[in-house]
Structures are given as C-alpha cells and as structure tokens.
Design a protein around this ligand. Structure first.
Ligand SMILES: *[C@@H]1O[C@H](CO)[C@@H](O)[C@H](O)[C@H]1NC(C)=O
Ligand SMILES: *[C@@H]1O[C@H](CO)[C@@H](O)[C@H](O)[C@H]1NC(C)=O
Length: 363
C-alpha cells in the first residue's frame, strides 16, 4: 500500500513535470526546454548523443558560407538572433540549431570557425554550406561528399576518435538546390524523375558513408513542399502552392523512404531516421489555429523580407547603398523569412511538430 502510494505520487510528479515542461516550452524558455528534453532522454533507452555533425545546405548552415558571396552575412539576416548578420539564412535560428537544442547541447560551430574554438569541438561541427547539394550546384561551395570528406580529415588528424563518433548524431539536409540547379541548367520536365532518383541514390551513398565512419545515428530531412516556397507562390500573390512542384517533393520523399528502409535493413540498430520536414511545413502552413504560440499569419506564404525591384533580393543594396528590400514589422509572425527560407519563428514551429519523432534518435 505504501509502495503503491509512493508510486502514485511519483507518477503525479512526473505528470506535473511533463505538463509544466510543455507549458514553459510554449513560452520559449530554453532552460526548461532542455530539462524537458533531458527527461525524454531518460525515457527513451540506450543512445545519448553528445555531439552533432551537420551536413547539408542553407537550412542547416550556421556560418560556413563565405561572407563575400552569401546573403546570410548581410543585413537584415540575423536581425532576431543574434541581432546582426552572422551567417544564418534566416532572421535567426535554423533547423540545425533546434536539433542541437533538442539534444540539450549548444549548436555546433561552423566548420569554418573550428580554429577559433578548439574547446568547443566536443559538441560536434556543422559542415553545411548554403546553396549546396549532393551534386555540384554551380555555386563553387563544397558538395555533400566534400563536406563528409572534411570530417574524414579531422578523424585522420585524431580530432575525433571512434569513441566520439559512437556518441554522435548526424543531421543531413538536402533542400532542393540540386533541383534548382537542374532547372536553371535547362533540365527537362520529362527527365526530372530520373534526376530525382539519382539525387536520392546519392543521398543514400552519403548517408552510408557517414554511418560507416562510425556515427551511430543519421537523421535525414524530407524535401519540404518546394511548391510552397515564396519564390514559387509569388506568381499567385502568395495565395497558392504549386501542386506540380509539390508532387516532385513527394516523389523525392517516397524514394527517400525506400532507401532509408533499405539502409536500416542492412544495419544492426536502425541507424537511419527520417525527419519529416515536408509534413512539418504543411502542418504549420495549413494550421489556422495558433498552436505554436506567436506565429499568426494573414498570408502564411508571404515572406517577411521582400525585394522591391526585380533582380534584387533580401539584403540587396543599390549603388548608393540604399536598401532594395522591405522587412515586415514582426518577423516573429511570419513563417517565411525570404523567398526560400523559413524565419526563426517558422523553424521553431516546424521543430515543435517534429519533436516527438526526434525521440526516435534515442532508440
Ligand atoms: C563533389 O565535389 C568534388 C570536388 O569538387 C568532386 O570531385 C565530386 O565529383 C563531387 N561529387 C559529386 C557526387 O558530385
Ligand atoms: C508550377 O510549376 C511548374 C513546374 O515548374 C510550372 O511549369 C508551372 O507553370 C507552375 N504553375 C504555376 C501556376 O505557377
């Protein structure tokens, strides 16, 4: 009886903790969020990753892209966080920051800055470069194979040991730069499916390469609904997604599901996990309710930062240094920041829809 009473009390406390945790999270208090995630960790079994290695593009880049080329280093990028341009393609945090937060670690340093924080390498590194793909996309930045090679180099130099890698999670983002490059190179609509197949096959090769290095778990994002990006919806005054393009995302994601299943069938402990950003974007964009707190959009497909003349983009200046863009009053209430990237509020909302599936990394 006494044991029973104690157990009920413990369950009651747990219940209060979980409820309180959720409530505080909704208020974006990071400390409590960490505690909550910590709690999840203990609920979900064996693996406790302490390091995050990130491979991919602008959805995950936190400062690798060169200052001379990238809009991510120009105002008004970074205006919400850290308050000035710092190499993220958003007004603030991006997906990789939220995955690190989920793990209860600080966001890993960009690879480019590794020399400035030797003590900080313990939390992993971010090798993502904006504008890149699994293949070369014409922006002369490292493709995914090359990004993986950077980590292989560090392993060779004994910066990371086998044991480090065993305690590591990899995040892989492929958000459509291969397809943008294909289209601008005049790739045909008929051959698109076979090109998508090649991209996803290369993703499988890359994910296997990452796992073969000794990284215990590899998380890969699905392709977001590319027809809902402002660069497409601008043609309908941000009213409608392009369904043809969203079908391409679905085709990509169907193939991705297949290769991930195959990869898991061929490894011992289901090392590969899909993070369904496609559904995350759709859920948030279609939700009329304000389930994510501050997000509240009249025109959800309209970005916050908009160019004021054709040929310009968010961050462009004219020859006199005058801004060729406008920024919305409240970046916190916009899902998209620019023509292709979510705002920090957008990423946070997507992250909230993905949190429960992220528990899969602790299996
Ligand atoms: C990635 O880039 C390297 C170096 O430029 C190149 O040799 C390689 O073929 C590229 N890989 C793919 C899959 O396109
Ligand atoms: C949707 O995208 C397809 C393929 O890129 C394009 O051909 C078509 O014109 C677009 N439709 C609209 C309404 O913009």
């Amino acid at each position: 009886m006494e044991l029973h009473g104690l157990l009920s009390y413990a369950l009651f406390l747990l219940f209060i903790f979980v409820i309180a945790g959720e409530a505080v999270c909704a208020n974006e208090q990071d400390q409590s969020m960490k505690k909550l995630n910590h709690h999840h960790r203990h609920t979900y079994g064996g693996f406790r990753p302490t390091k995050l290695f990130v491979f991919g593009d602008s959805y995950a880049d936190t400062g690798n892209s060169p200052r001379s080329l990238a809009s991510s280093w120009k105002a008004p990028y970074g205006v919400t966080f850290p308050g000035k341009p710092a190499g993220r393609y958003s007004d603030g945090r991006v997906l990789s920051d939220y995955v690190a937060r989920f793990m209860g670690i600080k966001s890993p340093l960009p690879y480019k800055l590794r020399k400035y924080g030797p003590g900080k390498l313990r939390r992993g590194l971010n090798f993502a470069y904006g504008g890149t793909g699994v293949f070369d996309t014409g922006n002369l930045q490292p493709n995914m194979t090359t990004q993986i090679g950077f980590l292989q180099g560090l392993i060779k130099d004994k910066v990371y040991t086998k044991r480090d890698l065993k305690a590591s999670l990899a995040l892989v983002t492929v958000s459509g730069n291969d397809y943008a490059a294909y289209t601008s190179a005049g790739g045909s609509e008929q051959d698109l499916h076979s090109f998508i197949t090649r991209v996803v096959e290369q993703m499988a090769i890359d994910m296997k390469l990452i796992h073969d290095m000794g990284i215990r778990r590899v998380v890969v994002t699905t392709l977001q609904p590319i027809g809902c990006l402002p660069k497409e919806t601008v043609h309908s005054s941000y009213q409608q997604c392009n369904d043809t393009q969203n079908l391409a995302s679905k085709f990509h994601n169907g193939l991705l599901q297949q290769v991930v299943t195959t990869l898991n069938d061929n490894t011992k402990d289901s090392s590969f996990l899909i993070l369904d950003t496609f559904s995350g974007f759709n859920t948030v964009l279609n939700s009329n309710t304000v389930f994510t707190g501050k997000l509240k959009f009249g025109t959800p497909l309209k970005p916050c930062c908009v160019a004021t003349r054709s040929g310009a983009s968010c961050g462009s200046l004219d020859e006199n240094g005058k801004e060729l863009y406008t920024v919305c009053d409240e970046p916190k209430s916009a899902f998209f920041w620019d023509t292709v990237h979510p705002s920090q509020a957008g990423w946070r909302a997507v992250y909230l829809t993905l949190r429960s599936s992220l528990n899969g990394i602790y299996r």
